[in-house]
Design a protein around this ligand. Structure first.
Ligand code: HEM
Length: 450
């Protein structure tokens, strides 16, 4: 690694030879290796096959995501999603993205998503019924959360249960997710049009998902009755400038994007939450005290959500330590200047969320689990972009209110009934894949609280 002297405007950098030498280390521990590099400076240059800049300072992150966001496109990494999600909200840029966001935004308004609270608690209670028969067996908590959140997003989107065992299409989502993750994390990529079994499996899975989505859309177009779901809201939306509605292809792309973006992230955040609570009985006791005083054994409702403040703080702290979107990427359009350094147009900018969330300058005892980090005073005392699990600026996660409400309701419903503890012999370590997930999952046992 060559660290350029930190004189004025000279930038710490990692050249292609050092990058090549570091490959085994990256493969073993990508997060640790990125963090080591981040410690070289606020802006670190990577000169590999293309040039990237690693940013970890909150003011620089605010600059890219918010203040000068018009100079940054989603870029290379996100384009890997196009074969599955098409031109969905997550990957598009410029005017196409602006039109899509205008369309979709109202469907995610706080008042509109209120009607999903019931789906969230009903689905959680159905899961708890299944757990009742498994009280002495270890559960893989990530798998449980995946099934739960996939079920919830499917019902919220088009009133249909697509969770495991409920609908054949969940297999298609598995294949799409695995395939996309593999491509995103592999160095050499062969064209997807080649007839390898993996590519054929992927194309079949996309075709299966397409069939489901187009069938539902067509059915809805011919139906007279109203549904209270996201698809209905997306279909009713009109572009305020042109008064046009979304085409079937646009609806399909947005629906697949919402499912893709909406369950893997929430799953991992919840899996980490259960793990952290199991390791911190004092925080768990405070959570139980809040649930007793707000709910007293009742199933939570939408009206309870603002009162479940400690529950939210626990979830926020879990996403601080283990942010599902552990790194964000952008491509600069024109030259820019960040921290006194020139960022040339076309170069890539990497925002290392997982590092900034534990930045020693901004977080006391950064590796400790402390939900009090999210008390009103502590939040007010920190710069805005020390914490950005949902990104920020115009491209901030459209589902952030949905995800937070979902997490609060799931945590409250489960923790009222069960205490979760690690199964024997579990070692838990983070694996930075597309999301930051626990390598090998987390085996846990559930213990009834009553
Ligand atoms: C804990 C759960 C979640 C986390 C941590 C999360 C994180 C994020 C982040 C970091 C971004 C911005 C990516 C970037 O700037 O490059 C994003 C965008 C997005 N998220 Fe989420 N998300 C979560 C849940 C959801 C849910 C539940 C939905 C939908 C139901 C959703 C839909 C989307 C969409 C459509 C975008 C693209 C928005 C745009 O570019 O305009 N997310 N998410």
């Amino acid at each position: 690694m060559t660290t350029a002297a930190r004189q004025s405007k000279e930038i710490p950098s990692v050249d292609i030879v050092s990058l090549f030498r570091m490959m085994p280390k990256f493969r073993r521990d990508a997060l640790g290796t990125f963090s080591e590099i981040a410690r070289l400076g606020d802006v670190v240059k990577f000169k590999g096959l293309w040039t990237s800049y690693l940013l970890t300072e909150p003011a620089h992150i605010e600059h890219v995501l918010q203040t000068n966001s018009r100079n940054y496109n989603k870029g290379r990494v996100y384009k890997e999603l196009i074969p599955s999600t098409g031109e969905g909200l997550f990957v598009t840029d410029g005017d196409v993205w602006r039109r899509q966001r205008r369309f979709a935004q109202p469907a995610f308004h706080k008042d509109r998503i209120a009607s999903f609270a019931r789906i969230m608690t009903d689905s959680t209670e159905a899961m708890l019924e299944r757990w009742r028969a498994k009280e002495n067996e270890p559960l893989e908590i990530g798998g449980e959360m995946l099934q739960l959140t996939l079920g919830i997003v499917g019902k919220a989107l088009f009133s249909r249960d697509i969770s495991y065992g409920a609908d054949a299409v969940n297999n298609a989502f598995d294949v799409i997710r695995e395939h996309t993750m593999r491509r995103l994390t592999s160095f050499f990529k062969l064209p997807q049009s080649l007839p390898f079994p993996r590519n054929i499996r992927f194309r079949k899975a996309v075709a299966e998902a397409d069939k489901l989505f187009y069938d539902v859309i067509e059915h809805r177009r011919n139906e007279k009755s109203d549904h209270d779901d996201l698809l209905e809201m997306l279909m009713a939306a009109r572009d305020e400038e042109t008064d046009s509605a979304m085409s079937d292809k646009e609806l399909r792309d947005q629906a697949l994007t919402i499912i893709g973006a909406g369950y893997e992230t929430t799953t991992q955040a919840l899996a980490w939450t259960w793990y952290l609570l199991s390791q911190h009985p004092e925080a768990e006791a405070k959570l139980h005290a809040e649930l007793s005083s707000v709910l007293n054994g009742r199933t939570p409702t939408f009206e309870d959500v603002p009162n479940l403040q400690y529950t939210l703080m626990v979830f926020q702290e879990a996403m601080r330590l283990y942010p599902p979107a552990w790194m964000l990427a952008r491509t600069a359009i024109d030259d820019d200047e960040i921290g006194g350094h020139t960022i040339p147009g076309k170069s890539e900018v990497l925002l290392l969320t997982a590092y900034t969330h534990r930045h020693p300058k901004y977080w006391p005892n950064p590796d400790d689990f402390n939900p009090e980090n999210f008390s009103l005073e502590n939040v007010a005392a920190r710069p805005r972009f020390t914490y950005f699990p949902f990104g920020g600026g115009p491209r901030q996660c459209i589902g952030n209110n949905f995800a937070q409400m979902e997490a609060q309701l799931i945590i409250a419903t489960v923790a009222q009934r069960y205490r979760l503890r690690l199964a024997d012999g579990q070692t838990v370590e983070p694996e930075p894949s597309v999301t930051l997930r626990p390598r090998n999952g987390i085996g846990m046992k559930v213990f009834s609280r009553y």
